[in-house]
Design a protein around this ligand. Structure first.
Ligand code: ADP
Ligand code: MG
Length: 586
């Protein structure tokens, strides 16, 4: 080894690196340590998290990467010391995840950090142990150590009480940590990840299982099996990954995971391009589940926009975005999108069975999830519940149902000969929403499920569910945790009205846990919207004449019958004059 790999950057280079804090919360520490381990060529990384009721007490990341010499181990903590770039010219060609040379220094400034490391294949018999507190090296000695690096972080934010105060509940912080690990695991199928919390394994992916295997490990084989591979090349870039079939959609884009050259990033534009590729295969407000990696010339990507490197700037952005949309569209066009996924068996064979089993074998909770077979008729009970709802005056003009089109729209005739089309789902959604809101002051109306719906969730979602429990209880859900990331839903709000179908309960919970409803400042409102949406009669359900009549009568008694809670129209009208005009009747 000649000299040292790590160099302190010259001030000019430093100044051009967007300054900023990288350590906001425990998850940011985990992110930086994981990125360092990946940059060091690790093939296997272990994250250990300890917590007590007050919060996260210790983070430890162990890798089998290239390790550091004793000099490097000390230098690594100096601000702007990095082995990854030399000067500003290199900034345009960053292939590593790190490059700012400030993560370890920033972490060590707000915590106690112990680094134990031994270089790989160096013949060095001993490793080095360095303890840094408040930015100062307070201990340095030789220790026996395996090849690779272990970083232990304790007393995070001990000297910055303001930052500590901003931390959310322990479960929220854990959810962020799992989220970071998931994103990196998805972008790095070549590395085996394991996350352990208080001695219990929370997630594990296998090395060289590839992306699909990582997805199966993180989200379950059921989802992985139905995904559609995408692999497209243009002169500019290669787009690869997996896309969900349209029926596996979400209410927000949080499940669209994007990486560029293996770096997990967030980009509203790229997410929008992926969504655009689905076109009308998805309803306007739904998003797919997608795992997309773009590989393009490093010179086209500027990752140096934001200190956490989650945002990037692209040159030739327009071309890249339209290539992404086109590739998604083409991948979807080339396959059978029916629910009975035709390609399922093929994909299944590529999945190496994960060990240990990622999902506890409880009652096959995902068996019907997203299988989405819909009842073809509406049970009368579903309408009877809202029968007496509201005493408001009739806001809709009188109309008489004539029939149904496409089992989706009710056709009705007004007294003056106006033709009305009513979206049955949007209408019912409005009815249920108004009813729940109107009765908010009373105790929530719940209905017990005949069979509790059992949910096994990935760690990130189960932490989110624990967090959401108080709001859910307010709205009438009875949810109990009874095992590792396993929950039983025993009762649901009456408005959900889906006793027969545990799939609906699961989908509702899944919607409740995803980003938009989680971050909505009015969580109760968000929950109500989702319950109304999930409880409402779907498109594609046949209604009897009497049911059509009752649905219209109930809609007429709501306060704002013309739109659903999301603001979409419930009723479209063609008045007689317009009809006459269309037939050129004077
Ligand atoms: P950066 O990753 O931006 O270079 P860091 O502060 O995160 O900055 O790390 C500083 C340097 O310490 C890295 O450039 C690398 O040389 C070394 N280093 C950090 N973590 C590891 C690790 N897990 N294995 C080997 N070297 C590491
Ligand atoms: Mg780094």
């Amino acid at each position: 080894m000649t000299g040292t790999k790590i160099q302190v950057l010259d001030p000019d280079t430093v100044n051009q690196i967007a300054a900023g804090e990288v350590v906001e919360r425990p998850a940011s520490v985990v992110k930086e340590l994981l990125e360092n381990a990946i940059d060091a060529g690790a093939t296997s990384i272990l994250v250990e998290v300890s917590s007590d009721l007050a919060g996260i007490t210790m983070l430890r990341v162990t890798d089998d990467g290239e390790g550091m010499t004793p000099e490097e181990a000390v230098l690594a903590f100096q601000p702007h010391a990095t082995s990854k770039i030399r000067d500003i010219a290199d900034l345009s060609f960053i292939r590593t995840l790190g490059f700012r040379g400030e993560a370890l220094a920033s972490i060590a400034a707000v915590a106690e950090v112990t680094l134990v490391t031994r270089p790989r294949d160096s013949g060095a018999l001993a490793g080095t142990r360095v303890v840094v507190r408040g930015g100062e090296v307070v201990e340095k000695n030789d220790v026996g150590a395996p090849e690779g690096t272990t970083v232990i972080v304790k007393h995070l934010f001990y000297n910055t009480p303001a930052r500590r105060k901003f931390l959310k509940s322990r479960n929220t912080e854990l959810a962020h940590i799992y989220g970071v690990a998931e994103n990196l695991a998805l972008a790095h199928g070549e590395v085996a990840f394991r996350v352990v919390h208080n001695g219990r394994e929370r997630m594990a992916t296998q090395r060289s299982g590839g992306l699909l295997n990582a997805i199966a490990g993180l989200y379950g084989a059921d989802l992985a099996r139905t995904l559609i591979p995408i692999d497209a090349r243009t002169p500019l870039l290669r787009i690869s990954g997996y896309l969900s079939r349209p029926f596996e959609s979400r209410g927000n884009p949080s499940q669209v995971a994007i990486s560029i050259n293996g770096r997990s990033i967030t980009s509203r534009q790229i997410t929008a391009a992926v969504r655009e590729g689905y076109g009308t295969l998805l309803p306007k407000d739904r998003y797919p589940v997608a795992f997309i990696d773009l590989s393009l010339e490093a010179g086209l990507v500027d990752v140096n926009v934001h200190p956490t490197k989650r945002e990037v700037r692209l040159s030739r952005e327009r071309e890249i975005l339209s290539a992404v949309a086109a590739a998604v569209e083409e991948a979807l066009a080339g396959c059978d999108l029916a629910r009975e996924a035709a390609a399922a068996e093929q994909v299944q064979q590529q999945i190496v069975p994960a060990e240990p089993e990622p999902m506890p074998p409880v009652a096959e909770p995902t068996a019907t999830y997203a299988a989405g077979h819909r009842a073809l008729t509406l049970s009368d009970r579903q309408l009877r519940r809202t029968e007496e709802a509201g005493d408001a005056e009739n806001l809709l003009p009188a109309m008489k149902p004539v029939g149904q089109v496409a089992a989706t729209y009710i056709v009705a005739e007004g007294a003056d000969g106006t033709l009305y089309l009513i979206d049955q789902h949007a209408a019912h959604e409005r009815i249920l929403y108004d009813q729940v809101v109107e009765r908010r002051d009373a105790a929530p109306e719940t209905q017990e499920l005949i069979m509790p719906a059992v949910l096994s969730l990935p760690p990130r979602e189960s932490a989110a569910l624990r967090d959401a429990m108080p709001v859910l209880a307010e709205e009438g859900f009875v949810v109990e945790e009874f095992g590792r990331d396993t929950f039983a839903v025993r009762a649901v709000p009456a408005a959900l009205g889906a006793l027969e179908d545990p799939g609906v309960v699961r989908e509702t919970i899944a919607d409740l846990l995803t980003g938009a409803s989680r971050t909505n400042p009015d969580r109760r409102e968000a929950v109500t919207c989702i319950v109304a949406c999930r409880g409402a009669v779907k498109a594609g359900v046949l209604l009897t004449h009497d049911q059509q009549r009752r649905l219209l009568a109930q809609l007429a008694r709501t306060k704002t019958p013309w739109t659903c809670p999301h603001g979409r129209p419930t009723v479209v009208a063609f008045d007689k004059r317009k009809l006459d005009g269309m037939f050129r009747r004077g």
